[in-house]
Every structure is written in C-alpha cells, then in structure tokens.
Design a protein around this ligand. Structure first.
Ligand SMILES: Nc1ncnc2c1ncn2[C@@H]1O[C@H](COP(=O)(O)OP(=O)(O)OP(=O)(O)O)[C@@H](O)[C@H]1O
Ligand SMILES: [Mg+2]
Length: 352
C-alpha cells in the first residue's frame, strides 16, 4: 500500500485515463481498503471520469468547486497558502466519496477533486517556497504529503493506497505531487517524442543527465539539499498499444524498446531508484526479468475507452452494446473490451 504518482512530462499519454482505470480497479479488487485519488491537474480529467464522465462528472466538478470553500484540491491549497509553514490538518475536509456522485464506481473510492483554480494558485505556492523560513521549499513540498496524512488519520487507517494524477508540465504543483509519492508510474505513447519525455522525467526527478555539463534540475538539487525522499520508479507503461500487425504496431514496439533501453541503463547504474515489486520476485538481474517487472503495456480499446471515460464507467465494469451520452450513441464491441480489460486487471493485480 503506497502512494503512486502517474506522471510523464508529455501530455496526452494517458495519465488521467489510467488513474481512473487503475484506481477504480484497485478499489474493486480491494473492497476492504479505502482508495484515494488526488487530482493535481487543473484540467481535472480524472476527476471528471471518476465523478461520472462528461455530463455528470463535469456537473459534479462545478458543484464541488463552487462550494465555499471549494471541496477540491484548491480548497486545501488555499488553506496552505494562508498557513504555509504550519500544517492545517484540514485535508480530510476536501474529500469526496465518488460513489455518492457516480453509482458505477466502487464505494471505497475517494477523491480530492481537481480544480482549474490550481493554475491560479501556482504563483502563490511558488512564493511560499521562497518566502518564510530557510527550509520553506521543503515545507511547501510536503503539503500534499500532509494532505494524505490527514486523510489517513481521518480514516484511522495507516495503510491506504493513493493514486495521484499529475499535470504534464513540471510546475510547482507537479513537484508537490512527486514529493508526496512513494512510487512513480510513467505512461507513454507510441510517438517519436516519448523517448525525450522519458529522459526529461529522469532528469527532472532524478537528476540523471546525459551529457557532461548538462545541468541537473533545480527540483533534484533542492531534494538533495533538504535530504528529501524521491519516489521509486514503479513502471513505465506503453499505453494505447495497437495490436494490429501493421506499421503502427511495429512503430510502437520500437518506441517501447527504445524506452526500455533508456530506463534499463538507469537501472543498471542506479538500481535503488526502482521499486522492486512485491510478490516474491527477486530484483531483476537481466533484460528479460527487468522488463517483466517494470514494463507494462495497455492496449488501445478505441470506442470502449471513449465510452468508459465519457460515462465514468470503469472499463472493467463496462459491458458491450450501444451506449448513450451527450446526446449521441456509440457502440462498444466485446472485442474492444477484451483488448484492454485483461491489461488493466493484470496491472492492478501486481499492485500491492
Ligand atoms: N489505452 C487507451 N485506449 C484508448 N484511449 C485511451 C487510452 N488511454 C488514454 N486514452 C485516451 O487518450 C486521451 C488522452 O488521455 P489522457 O487525458 O488520460 O492523457 P493525459 O496524459 O492525462 O493528458 P494530459 O497531459 O493532458 O493530462 C483521452 O481521450 C483518453 O481517453
Ligand atoms: Mg491528464
């Protein structure tokens, strides 16, 4: 049971979609636990899906963000902007049990809803990092950790599983998300810029530079200065894999291979940066065992994915047939569900 951040420096790779699917499936398969999603992206895409999709979910976000104070991440961040260096212990006030707004998600799934206001708050978060005591940066970078502790305490449960959906840019609230997490899941897609994006993750979070003279990220240097913990890499996830035997499928295989090569090099030099998965497997000793542990692939489920997100129905609960949303209808084929449901189930089964 740990805090997972889903992050890649690149947009549109499936961070929010996978947060929704993985958290829902984890909650479904662990009914005795409570599962928390913290949406640290101002676009609030994972919140929208968790709260019921493009109609009900969007309306729910409006409702939560319109409350006084907003029952969203922005409500909590406001508390901390007012009291940056003294913990407000107010995180649990901003929780929403997703099931109260979306009947299709498990009852043990909870959300700190995303809020576009976060973008406006970024400048003030940044200011709080530089004003105040000598370790202001460190204190501000524990705000989300504090928030998770508040939720843990309010539930009187030490062991909870948390998924944090991040914004692609490495802005200050993304830094807070990374600083709050124990494990990092890095989704990527099959295009040419994915390798560059994964390299950015490795530099921005872990200070891994590729050329002599290349500067390490300020984030990494601050983490070192304040001796803070970094998340361990849990997996890199090739998302929207197309299975057809055509050029796009082989292009995808090449991208996956390139990213594997990149990440494996880091593992060989710094195995401590990686989270050895539970379940009794020993630390990987070669390329094959490394890939088995750290590489995941999620197929593209086409219309089924669109419908899952639009209706806020987790893909593993979605059935085939004609579905209606936003005044139109779409047909979900069983074959689309069969492509992705096993991937999500397998991935989640490996999460402790
Ligand atoms: N495995 C998949 N199969 C089909 N569609 C997918 C899959 N994963 C993601 N998508 C779709 O791809 C689009 C981008 O996904 P998503 O919004 O999750 O990316 P993101 O990384 O969170 O983007 P951003 O950087 O803007 O936050 C969405 O429309 C989503 O529904
Ligand atoms: Mg997103």
């Amino acid at each position: 049971m740990a805090v997972y951040a889903l992050w890649n420096n690149k947009g549109g790779v499936g961070k929010s979609y996978l947060t929704f699917q993985i958290a829902s499936q984890y909650a479904l398969t662990h009914p005795q636990e409570r599962v928390l999603v913290v949406d640290l992206c101002p676009q609030a895409n994972s919140s929208s899906m968790i709260l019921g999709g493009i109609e009900a979910g969007e309306a729910a976000i409006e409702q939560l963000s319109g409350m006084t104070p907003p029952r969203t991440i922005a409500g909590y961040i406001n508390d901390r902007i007012v009291s940056p260096y003294v913990d407000t212990h107010s995180g649990a006030n901003y929780l929403t049990q997703a099931r109260t707004l979306n009947p299709t998600v498990p009852a043990n799934l909870y959300l700190i809803c995303g809020d576009e206001e976060l973008e406006m708050q970024a400048a003030r978060i940044q200011l709080a990092c530089t004003a105040g005591p000598a370790n202001a940066w460190q204190i501000v970078h524990t705000w989300i950790r504090n928030l998770i502790d508040d939720v843990r305490n309010s539930w009187d449960q030490q062991d909870i599983t948390v998924f944090i959906d991040c914004n692609p840019s490495f802005t200050v609230y993304t830094e807070l998300a990374i600083s709050a997490s124990d494990r990092l899941i890095v989704p990527f897609s099959a295009d040419g810029s994915s390798k560059r994006a994964v390299r950015s993750v490795l530099n921005l979070v872990y200070g891994i530079v590729r050329r002599p003279g290349q500067v390490q990220s300020q984030y990494y240097r601050n983490v070192q200065q304040f001796r803070m913990a970094l998340p361990q890499i849990y997996s890199y996830v090739g998302n929207r894999l197309t299975q057809m035997n055509n050029s796009s499928a082989s292009a995808f295989r090449n991208v996956v291979l390139e990213i594997f090569t990149e990440v494996y090099r880091v593992y060989q030099a710094n195995p401590g940066l990686f989270a050895i998965h539970p379940g009794g497997s020993p630390a990987p000793i070669n390329r094959t065992t490394f890939r088995m542990m750290f590489e995941e692939q999620i197929n593209d489920a086409n219309t089924a994915s669109v419908v899952s997100g639009a209706l806020g129905i987790p893909i593993c609960n979605l059935t085939s047939g004609t579905k209606r949303f936003a005044g139109r209808s779409a047909h979900v084929n069983q074959s689309q569900l069969d492509k992705q449901q096993p991937n999500i189930r397998d991935f989640v089964a490996g999460i402790e």
